[in-house]
Design a protein around this ligand. Structure first.
Ligand SMILES: [Zn+2]
Length: 133
């Protein structure tokens, strides 16, 4: 199945298979599971979530989509509009996938925090320099 990208403001009630609906306002993409089971797959977009890249061939979604909470448990990559099937996840992989996701988020917010502290520090050095003379 080829996927195409459709930009929307609000998500339509009836989703068409093979369409990746993207709402930039709400930072979310939704599509019907590529296996055909009819489940709606929501992928939040953002630096610690999923990223969408529009290519000439079709949309690319990163990282892979793992529908471990759906009955079908399908796992695939959407790459240039093409579905590339990946191995179904074992319960251990599901658990480590969740852990990785949390770590990724933590690392991101830690980095933001460090950047923030770094900024405060340079303001502090600047102030110190002002008062030194
Ligand atoms: Zn499915």
């Amino acid at each position: 199945m080829k996927f195409t990208l459709e930009r929307v403001h609000y998500m339509p009630k009836d989703l068409k298979p093979g369409v990746l609906y993207v709402s930039e306002e709400f930072d979310i993409a939704i599509h019907l599971c590529a296996c055909g089971c009819g489940s709606k797959v929501k992928t939040p977009l953002g630096p610690t979530e999923w990223l969408i890249e529009e290519t000439k061939r079709g949309p690319t979604l990163r990282p892979s989509v793992g529908n471990w909470h759906q009955a079908c448990r399908s796992h695939y990559n959407l790459d240039g509009g093409e579905i590339i099937w990946a191995k179904k996840w074992t319960p251990e992989q599901i658990a480590s996938g969740r852990r990785l996701e949390e770590e990724r988020r933590r690392a991101y917010y830690d980095a933001l925090d460090r950047k923030h502290r770094g900024m405060l520090q340079s303001i502090w050095f600047w102030l110190k320099r002002l008062f030194r003379d």
